[in-house]
Ligand binder design. Structure first.
Ligand code: NAP
Length: 312
């Protein structure tokens, strides 16, 4: 506990990993704390085609993250695999407590990302892992040759629906409006995919089944009509994947946030607390992508370095 790091980075998604690469390379004493696997949401994303340089066929989120983690190691950041339980951001020396230990640093970079929002239908909690999922990469293979439904209309929903067509017999996207939010290039691919169908202006109200997910009531928000969707008799179940956005992992941090919990920063990733920065999906920003998270991480680490060298 006696060591005071220059910077502790909490979270090893693309933002945290980029900060650790820049921190280590600038010879800052850097500690990266991650409770699970590296990569955050990208670790469960199959296809990444818009990260600059990521054009090798068959490359995925995990393969990109693996290289980033190797780069962190190369530049010498220390790492621990522990869950942060509390932080004290006051004063010049900040304290981070985990279930196992306590760490101190002059600066903190919050890179804790966000987690998937629940679909919000009746019965959802009961059928998690029994038909309901929020991760195609994790669970698609359970639905080999079954029918699958995807809720959402953003980039995640449409991209993950396309991934699911590699396994499922048919994938139906249920979207609450009559046009997708996803980028046009992603939409075009989905519209061309013969295995993808759409239920427009629709929301899932209730789901159920004996043991596994077997039926759901889907309401048309324009007409009010409720359709009962039932599993094919021979299948006996179907899959329901939710991709309707995210909620920030920001609860632990006493910094300024918006009404949804996203952390406010300036252009240089400073929060309203001296020596505390936020990067990636956990902060308020207009574009949540690997490339912008990595850019945030680099910016924050350089800010730390400059503040420690009294560069300002
Ligand atoms: P998102 O862009 O916020 O889209 C969420 C989708 O879910 C929207 O279509 C929204 O409908 C719908 N939705 C929200 N709340 C709902 C509710 N209660 N019931 C039913 N539907 C609901 O989230 P995302 O797709 O997870 O993407 C998050 C960020 O990551 C975005 O910035 C996205 O661009 C980025 N991303 C990029 C890529 C890529 O570039 N390859 C891939 C994945 C994610 P409305 O459209 O009606 O609001």
């Amino acid at each position: 506990m006696s060591k005071v790091y220059d910077v502790i980075i909490i979270g090893a998604g693309p933002g945290g990993l980029a900060a650790a690469i820049y921190g280590g390379r600038s010879r800052l004493s850097t500690l990266l704390i991650e409770k699970g696997q590296d990569g955050g949401q990208i670790a469960i994303t199959d296809d990444i085609e818009n990260y600059p340089g990521q054009i090798v066929d068959g490359e995925s989120g995990p393969s990109l993250i693996k290289r980033m983690s190797e780069q962190v190691e190369k530049f010498g950041a220390e790492r621990v695999s522990e869950a942060v339980t509390s932080v004290d951001l006051n004063g010049d020396i900040k304290t981070v407590k985990t279930a196992q230990d306590e760490y101190q640093a002059k600066n903190i970079i919050i890179a804790t990302g966000a987690y998937p929002r629940s679909i919000g239908c009746k019965g959802e909690d009961e059928y998690k892992g029994r038909g309901v999922s929020y991760c195609a990469t994790c669970d698609a293979n359970f639905f080999e040759d079954f029918e699958v439904y995807v809720v959402g209309g953003g980039d995640s929903a449409v991209e993950e629906a396309m991934y699911l067509t590699k396994f499922a017999r048919k994938v139906t996207i249920i979207h609450r409006r009559d046009e997708l939010r996803a980028a046009k290039a992603i939409q075009e691919k989905a519209f061309k995919n013969e295995k993808i169908d759409f239920m427009w202006d629709s929301v899932v109200e209730e789901i159920g089944g004996e043991d596994m997910l077997q039926w759901m009531n889907v309401k048309n928000v324009k007409t009010g009509e409720v359709t009962k969707v039932e599993a094919d008799e021979e299948d006996g179940l179907f899959g329901l994947f939710g991709f309707i956005g995210t909620i920030p992992n920001s609860e632990l941090f006493d910094v300024e946030k918006d009404e949804r919990g996203y952390i406010k920063t300036d252009d240089n990733m400073h929060t309203n607390v001296d020596g505390v920065y936020a990067v990636g999906d956990v902060r308020i920003k207009s574009l949540r992508q690997v490339v912008t998270a990595a850019g945030d991480g680099a910016t924050a680490a350089v800010q730390v370095e400059r503040s420690l060298s009294n560069y300002f």
